[in-house]
Write a protein of this length. Sequence first.
Length: 433
Amino acid sequence: MGFRVWWVTLDSAGMAQEGYNETALPLLTADLAGIGGAIKQYDEDFIVEEAPLYAACGQGTHTYFLIEKRGLATLPAISHIARTLGRQARDIGYAGLKDAHGVTRQWLSIEHVPPERVAALTLARIAILSVNRHTNKLKLGHLAGNRFVIKIREAITQPLEAARAVLTVLGQRGVPNYFGPQRFGARGDNAQVGLAVLRGDFSEAIALMAGRPGPRDHGPARRARELFDAGDFATAAETWPRGVFAQQSRICRAMASSGGDARKAWKAVDHTLRRLFVSALQSELFNHVLGRRIDGLDRVEAGDIAYKHVNGACFRVEDAAREQPRCETFEISPTGPLFGRRMTDAGGAPGELEKGVLAETGLQKDDIYLSGAGKLTGSRRPLRVPLKDWWVDSGADDHGPYCEVKFFLPAGAYATSVLREVCKSQTAVAEMD
């Protein structure tokens, strides 16, 4: 599939063979020096705070509460809070997902639980900072963006000038809107699972989920994958560590009870997770398109589907010369595909590029709407996002010297895309995983 973005190697049909390889994503500022360094050595090195799409109004049956969590991902945090309140995790609303590394502040909601009860919670690695009432449940996407404060350690000497040069370009031209590593799972193979399912190869999909041990698999989890590959599904089911690997254990039990029927085992996979795998494939294909247009991410072409940053609306570009001034002022941007049946196709050269990327998978656009994959309809995503309120400084603390970068990104954008431009370091990028 062209340049190697997410995978170390690819076969002739575009199937991934090994793990995640973000360093192959083309950079917008490849001609500028990076500062190297390492990220997330300590929780306090990576601070993220959500900017809500709207404020709680002070009345209603839903309690909105701002949490600060350390070293804990959003979904485990939600499960912990729900258990403590005697509720189900699905009862808690959230606007965005945050990973486990760092200090993150985000809003959650729950209905028919008094604010004073939520405020009184005492939880490990989770603090309740604020509570209020509102009239509706908080839902995914109810988010204006995220503010980041990130310390980069072990950077080159005098990193400020180099970092400022990169951030200046990103501030002017925009940040490449790549999907970050979180989208592709801990083993980096979520898109590979999605591709196998859409090709109807459920044996491959299930083997990737529960077998095929790799460099990141250790201890009981690695042993469980080895048992799966050996066909001992029942023992593998009992070997998976409890908790985070419950899904893999369920798959192995389904394989054992069905006599190794992978299609039946796929039906045992959580519906949300099924959608996630195919969504990851959509994301990988978008990244391929963006990578091939990186040098012109701030220029529209005839046939482009342009994105209006003020409201998210899209329109077809008929006259590129007429629309380009709007692109230069960041009013609009070209988009890339999130393939699906209802996605609006680009025309002209952009459309031909997108068709070529999809053709390399052997799929048709409608294939991504298959019922077994969760019926993702598709959409358009801007190739770039604005970098706002950026700042860079240096300092030192008890852990030593650091270069600190601050910036704001809109919802759906990844800090990884900024940091890999600034650092240009495989070590730093790996720390984002």
